[in-house]
Design a protein around this ligand. Structure first.
Ligand code: F6R
Length: 612
C-alpha cells in the first residue's frame, strides 16, 4: 500500500526512482511523484519535485529525461487522506521546499498536529495527513536530519514508513518505520531505501529490513540504523535470491496471466524438498515446535485476509478431515477486535502473501500478546509477519506482482497440505496412507499444467458470459472456499458483482436471486457430495438460471445439465481445490480482458494492504 523508493549514489537519481516506482506500482497507483536534489551547488534552493495523478507512465511524461541529481525519493500513492490530486501526491515539502518527505501509512493525530503547526505559522498545501511530517521535521530541525526525524516521529500516532531528505545535507536520506515496511538496499557505492525489495532488485540483492521504531540514515557509501532510544543497531544483511526475470512479464500480456501460468512451477517450489515419500510425511524445518508440542495441538485457528483467508479456510476443512483437529479460519480484521480466545493446545497460523497485511499482523500480535503461538505462512521472505511469527513455512511462490493473488494462493494451499499431512501422521493416518497422500501431492504440479490447457475453453465461456452483471459461485466442503475465491477474483478485476456461497445454502435465501440474468458457477466434486451438488444445479435450472459447471472431465450428467461445462483432469477429491481454482482464475482474467479492464491494477485496490 503506497510504494516508497529512495536513492543516493553516483547515478542519475530520477531514472532509478522512476524505474523503482514502476516496480512498486502494484502497491498503489492513483498518483506518483519524485523529489531530487538537482542543485548540489546551492543548499538554499528547494528540491526539484515532479508529481501528478495517474500511473508512473504519466509521471514519466513530465520528468525531464536528463534530470540531474544524484539523491532523491519517490512515491506511488494509494490515497487514504485527501483525494487523488496532483497536490495530494507525494513527495510533500516543508514551506521553503528544503525538506522533502514520502510517507506510507496513516498519521492518526494529524489534525491535532496540523492545528499546532498552523498556529506556529506553517501553511499546508495538501489535504493529506502526510504533509504534517514535512512541517514537523522543519519545526524541530536543528542542523541534523536524523535527530530531527527522531524527534518528529515521537509526536506521531499511527503508522508510517518515511523517507526524507534535507537540502542542507546533500546525499543523505533518512528513513523511519513504524508499522509500514522499509528495506535498505546496500549497493556498491550507492544505497537504496524502499517499501519492498522489488524496487531495487535490479541494483542490489543485499538488503536490511528495518524493524518498527528504527531510524536509518543513508549516504552513498555507508548507512547506520538506530532505535528510538538512540541505541545503534547492528544491521543483518539478507541476500534476496529472486531472479530479475521473476519480476518481468516475460512475454505475457500482464502479470496476472504470467502468474496463473507459473503455477505448476510455483506449486512445485512450495513442495520441493519437503515431501518424504519413505515415511509418508512432510519435512518442514521452520516450525520451531517439537513433535511433542505438535502432538499437543488440539485446535488450529487460522488468521488471514482476502485470498489468503480462502486458502486458510480450505486448510481448516483439511485439518479437520485428515488430521481430525478442530480448525477454524478467521478474517483477521474481525478476529483482532473479537477478544479472541487463546488456550494451551491452540495453535494459530497467520497466512499472508506479502507478510505485511496490517489486519493480519495486528491480529497475530494480539494472539501473541495473550501467550498464543502463531506460525506464519508467508511468501515474502523477511516480511514483518514472517519475522514476528513464532515459526512457519515460506511458500516460495516468487514475487507476486499482479494485485489479484493467484500463484500465492495455490502455494499457500501446498504449504497447508504439507502441514495437514504432518498433523494427520501424528494422529490417525498410517504410514501407507501418508505415502499415498505424498504421491498424490507430488502429482499436483503436473495436473495443474493439464488444467491450464483449458485456457481456450475458459476464454470462450468468458466471452459469452462477461456481460452479465451478477454471478453466484457455489461449492461444497473443500470447494466452498474455492467458490468464495472464484467470486473474489471475478469482482476484483472485472468489477462484476459476484457472491460465493456454500451450494447447500442457496435454498436458504440466495436462490431468490436466480433468474436468466444471474449465472451460477458450480464447482462439482467427484465424491459423495456430487449428487447433492447436482440436485442444487437442478434447482437452479428449474428456476430458469444459467449454469457454468466445473467438474471432472467426461462427467456427462453434469455437462448435460450445465449451459457451459469445464472438465478438469481427474484427481482425488481431497486435492481438487488446486485444480478447481485454475479455471476460476482464468475466467476472471478473461472476463476482465474482454471488458477492457486493467487486469494487473484494478481500480481502488492495492497489493499489500498496510493500513487497517
Ligand atoms: C485478492 C488479494 C487480496 C489479498 C489480501 C491479503 O486477490 O490479493 O484479497 O489476498 O489483501 O493479502 P496478503 O496475502 O498479502 O496478506
Amino acid at each position: 500500500m503506497c510504494g516508497i523508493i529512495g536513492y543516493t549514489g553516483p547515478k542519475r537519481a530520477a531514472r532509478i526512482l522512476l524505474e523503482g516506482l514502476k516496480r512498486l506500482e502494484y502497491r498503489g497507483y492513483d498518483s506518483a511523484g519524485i523529489a531530487v536534489n538537482e542543485d548540489l551547488e546551492n543548499n538554499d534552493t528547494p528540491f526539484t519535485v515532479y508529481k501528478r495523478t495517474g500511473k508512473i507512465a504519466q509521471l514519466r511524461e513530465i520528468v525531464p529525461k536528463e534530470l540531474p541529481g544524484i539523491c532523491g525519493i519517490g512515491h506511488t500513492r494509494w490515497a487514504t487522506h485527501g483525494g487523488v490530486t496532483d497536490t495530494n501526491a507525494h513527495p510533500h515539502c516543508s514551506s521553503d521546499g528544503r525538506i522533502a518527505i514520502v510517507h506510507n501509512g496513516i498519521i492518526e493525530n494529524y489534525t491535532t498536529l496540523k492545528e499546532m503547526l498552523s498556529k506556529e505559522g506553517f501553511t499546508f498545501a495538501s489535504e493529506t495527513d502526510s504533509e504534517v511530517i514535512a512541517h514537523l521535521i522543519a519545526y524541530v530541525y536543528e542542523g541534523d536530519l536524523e535527530t530531527a526525524v527522531k524527534t518528529a516521529v515521537s509526536y506521531l500516532k499511527g503508522t508510517y514508513g518515511i523517507a526524507c531528505m534535507h537540502k542542507a545535507e546533500p546525499g543523505r536520506i533518512v528513513g523511519a518505520r513504524n508499522g509500514s515496511p522499509l528495506v535498505v538496499g546496500v549497493g556498491d557505492g550507492e544505497m537504496f531505501l524502499a517499501s519492498d525489495v522489488t524496487a531495487m532488485l535490479a541494483h542490489t540483492r543485499r538488503v536490511v529490513y528495518l524493524n518498527d521504531g528504527e531510524i536509518v540514515s543513508l549516504y552513498p557509501h555507508e548507512f547506520s540504523i538506530s532505535d528510538a532510544e538512540d541505541r545503534p543497531i547492528v544491521p543483518k544483511i539478507n541476500h534476496i535470491d529472486w531472479e530479475i526475470s521473476a519480476i518481468e512479464k516475460e512475454g505475457f500480456s500482464c502479470y496476472m496471466e504470467k502468474e496463473i501460468f507459473e503455477q505448476p512451477d510455483s506449486i512445485a517450489r512450495a513442495l520441493s524438498g519437503r515431501i518424504d515419500l519413505e515415511t509418508g510425511t512432510a519435512k518442514l524445518g521452520g516450525l520451531n515446535l517439537s513433535k511433542k508440542e505438535l502432538l499437543g495441538v488440539d485446535a488450529i485457528q487460522i488468521i488471514a485476509a482476502g485470498t489468503s483467508y480462502h486458502a486458510g479456510m480450505t486448510a481448516s476443512y483439511l485439518f479437520e478431515q485428515i488430521a481430525r483437529i478442530p480448525s477454524q479460519a478467521h478474517l483477521a480484521s474481525e478476529l483482532r477486535y473479537k477478544n479472541p480466545i487463546v488456550f494451551p493446545g491452540m495453535l494459530y497460523f497467520a497466512v499472508s502473501q506479502s507478510g505485511e497485511t496490517a489486519d493480519t499482523l495486528y491480529a497475530m500480535r494480539e494472539i501473541q500478546r495473550r501467550g498464543g503461538t502463531v506460525l506464519g505462512i508467508c511468501n515474502v521472505v523477511g516480511s514483518t509477519i514472517a519475522r514476528e511469527s513464532d515459526g512457519g513455512v515460506y511458500v516460495h511462490s516468487g514475487p507476486e506482482i499482479a494485485v489479484a493473488s493467484t500463484k500465492a494462493f495455490t502455494s499457500q494451499l501446498a504449504a497447508f497440505y504439507l502441514l495437514a499431512l504432518n498433523f494427520a501422521r501424528l494422529h490417525d493416518m498410517s504410514a501407507h496412507q501418508g505415502q499415498q497422500y505424498c504421491q498424490k501431492l507430488q502429482q499436483i504440479p503436473g495436473l495443474v499444467q493439464e488444467t491450464l490447457k483449458l485456457r481456450d475453453t475458459v476464454q470462450r465461456i468468458a466471452k459469452r458470459y462477461c456481460h452479465y452483471k451478477d454471478f453466484l459461485f457455489l461449492g461444497r466442503n473443500l470447494l466452498y472456499p474455492i467458490a468464495l475465491e472464484g467470486a473474489l477474483k471475478l469482482k476484483e478485476i472485472s468489477y462484476i458483482h459476484a457472491e460465493g456461497y456454500a451450494a447447500g445454502e442457496i435454498k436458504h435465501g440466495p436462490i431468490a436471486l436466480i433468474s436468466p440474468e444471474t449465472p451460477s458457477v458450480f464447482l462439482v466434486s467427484n465424491d459423495h457430495l456430487r449428487e447433492k451438488t447436482i440436485s442444487n444445479m437442478k434447482e437452479i435450472k428449474a428456476r430458469g438460471g444459467l449454469i457454468i459447471a466445473i467438474a471432472e472431465a467426461g462427467d456427462e450428467e453434469v455437462s448435460s445439465i450445465a449451459d457451459a461445462y469445464i472438465g478438469i483432469p481427474h484427481c482425488d477429491t481431497l486435492f481438487q481445490p488446486f485444480l478447481m481454482v485454475i479455471p476460476l482464475q482464468l475466467f476472471a482474467y478473461f472476463c476482465a480482458l474482454e471488458l477492457g479492464k486493467d487486469v494487473d491494477q484494478p481500480r481502488n485496490l492495492a497489493k499489500s494492504v498496510t493500513v487497517e
